[in-house]
Design a protein around this ligand. Structure first.
Ligand code: HEM
Length: 417
């Protein structure tokens, strides 16, 4: 079978409908492959663990040329590892894996995050209320910059935190949020280019083996150091997504409020439960809607043809809410991950497949560790949740809680049992 007449061009509605776009289309057009159009191109959307393995086979799907310019100019940066294929990707990816997956380093970053959180909580207790989604990015910015050896002046944290959030917040819209994200990225790339130059010239020193040091010294597959712009882009690709974990911490506030019985279990620092909770946050709440690449050649998927250069979409949100894969997918239930760790290609909030050969996120261990460190701390805080708009629109890309999740702290800060 060849690609038939596609359902109308839905690229505009992709932005407007956000996370529900592919799941809604699939409900109306059941079958293994969904055909549509995105940004003027034919597109084929897939989901399910077998589809993940198909999508992450480099002979099937390539990344070069697949990423829309507005996403590169806000979220990832031009020349980022996300856009590479083959040996060039492998060499750059090894650098990220060496920095981000060593258990001692992951634990060290979690230790920084715990310290910064505990400091912040002391200050929150002095204020009538705080917005979790404003505060957590500051905590994570301080932590990741200290860990990565990115120097921050005493007054830099708040501005950098807000810039890093803006880069993530602006990729999926054409409005002012998007233009702010572009401007902020340019400014922050220049700032980090300068840091890389100073480190390389010996005008600034950073610890050997730190993120800044490793990126400044990294050599690509052609044997040459990264140009200063690409080095800055990749430095941002460590600190920006670490701060993006704030989305899930705000979602944790939402979950603990909606299902208060879960709070008790988290309070007692039961690590396996905290890890299961982190996985369920990443499954249940919306963040990456889908992933895309281009068909590297003429492909065949479950008796359906996908011509070369078709945009292949992996429906992340749809997969996480499919009743073919999950028991009661719309129930928030961390227990589903308590005794059974997530299947590699079933839970894919940060991509699927093998992280060392494909594009799966190298920051997954860090994400789970920071959530398992900070969410129990949140559960142990004593706060009230005043009336506010807690809706999460699935039309907004990326989704977020409208109010940002406002807490009113009790005097002690610690929980009354
Ligand atoms: C790739 C999500 C945290 C660094 C990705 C991908 C997704 C993702 C969906 C793309 C997978 C693909 O293209 O197939 C997330 C989410 C995070 C998170 C939802 C938590 C909020 C992190 C952290 C780091 C990180 C903490 C680093 C400290 C990267 C890098 C890539 C990537 C460098 C590119 C990998 C490649 O192209 O090979 N992430 N990520 N991410 N992520 Fe994350």
């Amino acid at each position: 079978m060849t690609v038939g007449r596609p359902i109308l061009d839905r690229s505009a509605s992709a932005l407007a409908k956000g996370y529900a776009w592919l799941p809604d289309l699939r409900r109306r057009n059941p079958g293994p492959l969904l055909r549509t159009r995105v940004l003027g191109r034919q597109a084929a959307a897939l989901r399910g663990p077998e589809a993940v393995r198909f999508f992450y086979d480099e002979d099937h799907v390539r990344r070069a040329g697949a990423m829309p310019e507005p996403v590169l100019s806000t979220l990832f940066g031009h020349g980022a590892v996300h856009t590479l294929d083959g040996p060039a990707h492998r060499q750059r990816k090894d650098m990220f894996l060496s920095l981000l997956t060593e258990p001692r380093e992951v634990a060290e970053l979690a230790r920084h995050a715990a310290e910064c959180w505990d400091d912040a909580v002391e200050a929150w207790a002095e204020r009538p209320s705080v917005v979790l989604f404003d505060e957590v990015p500051r905590v994570l910015t301080r932590a990741v910059c200290a860990w990565a050896a990115v120097p921050l002046g005493p007054d830099d944290t708040d501005r950098l935190a807000s810039d890093l959030v803006a880069m993530v917040d602006g990729f999926g819209t054409a409005g002012p949020r998007h233009w702010r994200a572009r401007a902020v990225r340019k400014r922050r790339e220049r700032w980090l280019e300068d840091l890389v130059e100073r480190v390389r010239s010996g005008h600034a020193t950073v610890p050997t083996g730190s993120v800044v040091d490793v990126i400044a010294k990294h050599r690509d597959v052609d044997g040459r150091p990264l140009d200063r712009h690409t080095a800055a882009v990749e430095l941002l690709n460590v600190i920006r997504p670490t701060v993006a974990i704030s989305w899930f911490i705000a979602y944790a506030g939402h979950a603990l409020h909606r299902w208060p019985h879960l709070r008790k279990r988290l309070r007692h620092d039961d690590t396996p439960y905290a890890v299961a909770f982190a996985h369920e946050l990443r499954r249940f709440y919306p963040f990456a809607p889908y992933l895309g690449g281009l068909a590297a050649t003429d492909l065949r998927w479950q008796d359906e043809d996908i011509p070369a250069d078709t945009m292949v979409l992996l429906d992340v949100y749809g997969q996480h809410h499919s009743d073919e894969l999950w028991d009661q997918p719309y129930a928030f239930d961390p227990d589903r991950f308590l005794d059974v760790p997530p299947g590699r290609d079933e839970l894919i909030p940060q991509g699927g497949g093998d992280r060392s050969t494909g594009h799966r996120c190298p920051g997954e261990d860090i994400t789970v560790a920071l959530l398992a460190t900070l969410v129990p701390r949140l559960a142990r805080l004593d706060y009230d949740v005043p009336d506010q708009d807690l809706r999460i629109s699935l039309r907004r890309l990326p989704a977020r809680i409208r109010s940002g999740f406002v807490l009113e702290m009790a005097c002690s800060g610690a929980l009354r049992d």
